[in-house]
Every structure is written in C-alpha cells, then in structure tokens.
Design a protein around this ligand. Structure first.
Ligand code: FDA
Length: 396
C-alpha cells in the first residue's frame, strides 16, 4: 500500500482532510489535476477568503435532507475552524452578517496553512495528475493516473473524493465526483448553478441595464425564504448578495418579490411628507431614499413628478405595490461560469452522515461541494468543506 488513503482533489475539503489525517498519524496522498492547491480558496471573497460564518447552523444549508449535515457540524464547529486557523496565526475579523475573513491576511495565507502542514506531516500532493481508472481490489483500491504523459499506479485501502462542484470550468472544475458516483449507481440530486447572478431579457431588459452599477438595499423573497441585503443592477439583469442568495432557491420561470424599502412603509412616508410639505414632488422624497439614477428610473412606473398632496388613492396603491411588491421574473441565470457553488450533487441518502462513507461502496468517502449540501453566501460553504474534510479524516 502507498498510503492509508488517496484523496482526489486538493481543494478546501481535500486539504483539510489531509491535514486532519496527519494529526492522527495517517498518511495520505492527494491527487490534484491542477498545478497548485486550493484554486478556489485563492479567489474566494475577492482573494480575502470568507472562511467561515459566526452565525452558521444547519439552517443555512440547502439539501434534500436538511438534517444530514448536523452530525458533521457537531463534529467540526465554527469554533473549531476559528481555533484551527488561529493556531497557525490567522485571526478572524467579522465583516458583516457573521462573515469571518483573515485579519490582515488573505486567502493565500489560508492555503499556506494547509500546504505547510501537509509538508510537516509528510502528506504528498501530486499535481497535474489525471485519474484514469479506479479499480476496487480485495484490500482497497488501485488508482491509475496520468502525469507527464506517463501512467502511474497508487494503491490504498481507502479513497476520498473531494473534487468539488461544477462552477468555474475555466479554473479546472470537473464533474469527476458526479461521473464516478453515477458509474457506481449512486443517486444524484439534480445539479444547478447556485449563488449565481440572474438575467433579465425582454421588455424590461433596458430598464435594468440603464441602472447598471446601482445598488439598493432590499428584502428579496419567495414563498420559501427571504434575504435582506443589497441588490446590484447590471447590464444583463441582477446580482449582488441578496440576488445570489435567492438564486439558490429560485427555479426556472418562477417570480420572486423585491421589497425596495424593507422595514419601512412608503405610504406612511408619503403621508408624513404631505403633512410637512404637500407641494414637494414624489421625486424629492425618493431622492432621499434612493440614488438619483434610481429615482429617475422609477418614472417608468410611478408619477414621480407629481406633488405628494395631489397623489390619488390609486397612485398610492401603485406606489405601495411598486416599492414593496416589485415582481421579478428572471429569464435565467449566468450559469456555472459565474456561479459560486453548485446546488445538488451526490444524494446524502447514499452516505453515512456520521462518517461520510458511501453506504454502497465501503471505504469510499465523499466530501465538500460534490455532496448535496449547499451553503448560503457568507463563508458557509467553506465551513461545510472544512467540516466534511475533518469528519472523513477521523475515519480513514
Ligand atoms: P474545491 O473546488 O475547493 O476543490 C476541488 C479540487 O479538486 C480542486 O483543486 C480541483 O482542481 C480538484 N479536481 C477537480 N477535478 C479533479 C480531478 N478529476 N482529478 C483531480 N483533481 C480534481 N465559499 C465560502 O465559504 N466563502 C467564500 O468567500 C467563497 N467565495 C467563492 C468565490 C468564488 C468565485 C467561487 C467560485 C466560490 C467561492 N466559495 C466561497 C465556494 C467555495 O470555494 C467552495 O464551496 C469550496 O471550495 C468547495 O470545496 P471543495 O473542496 O469541495 O472543492
């Protein structure tokens, strides 16, 4: 045997798994297709890596079985993530909504924690390795991989698949985990881009495009969930944190709601304005609430140049509906090129929640994004990757 386990993928889950296995005195070899580890860690959070979230609970994860991740999150908590990085000189700084970033350091430092620990523990990472075949043998697995035009062989009793999801194919994302799972008859929950900008086409396209670059603090909701954060108008539709969040819950041809003034009542504000200065224009009030550009754009829907005193009951109703119940029907999403994560993946029913071992394929483990556990925006997906890597390592 060449190692206690072979891990495929040197991303967030695979690296954490290798390091945790190292603490337990187990030797692993990571096969990585790219020429460096942790490519997605490096680009995450704009290069700053939002590596966990102080508010994380199993509530912020989407899965066919929402209870599945509980065991992993109990075995490896947010405090464990924070403590782990602190041990290696990375302290967290909360940006907003519990999102933790390295204080005075960045994503490169996060990756370096793993690479130096792998070196310390003697965990080998083989880069530019293309897995060609995996054969099950009575005592484990024989893995054929290609590197530098040559086929090489590794043998180990256990196999960890941590090859991530489909987003950003130009960075080397592959469907390896999904193909491997399908080949062995495992059920896959339908996959789709998530945390992804949404596109608007048709008659409203120009209206959105003219607002490109403008942000508005909103509550975005559908019948399942709501998020209060900024939305960002773009040339092709909508982005920004609130839109990325709702995109994970959006299904094609569905309509969702935007409250453009969350927590406040536009009718009350107009009544107030009417009492103070009835001659003032609706646009004057709007300019206090929104950017000038956004106010101008609302002229398409609302009588913004009318004096507030002369607004009719019908006007008030229209204003209320437009501001608090703004309906959006996206044409689609920007796809895996722009998605932060993949929704769906290997059905959790195929895995033990306690060990992440595949029930039908003993000694094979799946972790990270390839599993049907998808976090919200804000450090939750790394928390799942770290937790699943830790859990697998305990069982190698
Ligand atoms: P990950 O993608 O990290 O690693 C998979 C590894 O397997 C890669 O190194 C890949 O090259 C390798 N691989 C793939 N196929 C292979 C094959 N056939 N053979 C060998 N190796 C193979 N999350 C978060 O919590 N906070 C954040 O700030 C961000 N920011 C962010 C920004 C952007 C632009 C993206 C695209 C994503 C994020 N994320 C995020 C999401 C986060 O990056 C993601 O959830 C984790 O990296 C998933 O960890 P995994 O280890 O599962 O996959």
């Amino acid at each position: 045997m060449d190692a206690d386990a072979i891990i495929i993928g040197a991303g967030a889950c695979g690296l954490m798994c290798a390091v945790q296995a190292g603490y337990l005195g187990k030797r692993v070899i990571i096969l990585e297709k790219a020429d460096k580890p942790g490519a997605k860690i490096l680009i995450s959070g704009g290069g700053r890596c939002n590596y966990t979230n102080l508010l994380a609970s199993d509530e912020q994860f989407i899965s066919n079985n929402k209870h599945f991740s509980k065991s992993a999150f109990t075995q490896w908590t947010v405090a464990d993530t924070i403590g782990f990085f602190e041990t290696y000189g990375i302290t967290g700084k909360e940006k907003t909504l519990g999102q933790l970033f390295p204080d005075g350091k960045n994503a490169k430092d996060i990756v370096e924690v793993f690479t130096s620990l792998c070196t310390d523990f003697g965990q080998q990472i083989i880069f530019n390795a293309e897995v060609a075949a995996i054969e099950e043998t009575p005592d484990g697995f024989t893995i054929n991989y290609e590197k530098g035009g040559k086929t090489r062989v590794l043998k180990a009793p256990k196999l960890v698949v941590a090859t991530g999801g489909l987003p950003i194919p130009k960075m080397g994302a592959t469907d390896f985990a999904l193909r491997f799972a399908r080949k062995h008859g495992l059920h896959i929950i339908e996959t789709a881009p998530a945390l992804v900008p949404l596109t608007i086409t048709g008659k409203d396209e120009d209206w959105y495009a003219q607002l490109s670059g403008n942000t508005v603090f909103c509550e975005v909701s559908n019948d399942r969930i709501s998020f209060e954060e900024n939305i960002l108008f773009t040339h092709w539709g909508l982005s920004g944190p609130a839109i990325l969040q709702i995109s994970s819950y959006w299904r094609k041809s569905e309509v969702f709601n935007i409250d453009l003034l969350p927590g406040r009542d536009i009718t009350g504000l107009i009544d107030e304005e009417r009492k103070q200065n009835g001659k003032s224009l609706l646009s004057t009030l709007f300019n206090r609430l929104y950017s000038r550009k956004f106010t101008e754009a609302m002229a398409k829907f609302l009588p913004i140049e009318k004096q507030v005193a002369s607004l009719t009951k019908a006007d008030s109703e229209l204003i209320y509906k437009t501001i608090h119940l703004f309906k959006v029907k996206p044409a689609g999403d920007k796809g895996y090129d722009k998605a932060e994560v993949m929704r769906g993946g290997i059905d959790t029913a195929e895995l033990s929640s306690k060990t992440l071992e595949c029930k039908r394929m003993p000694n094979v483990y799946f972790g990270g994004e390839c599993v049907d556990v998808t976090g919200w925006l804000g450090g939750y997906n790394f928390q799942w990757a770290w937790a699943s890597g830790f859990v697998i390592a305990q069982n190698l």
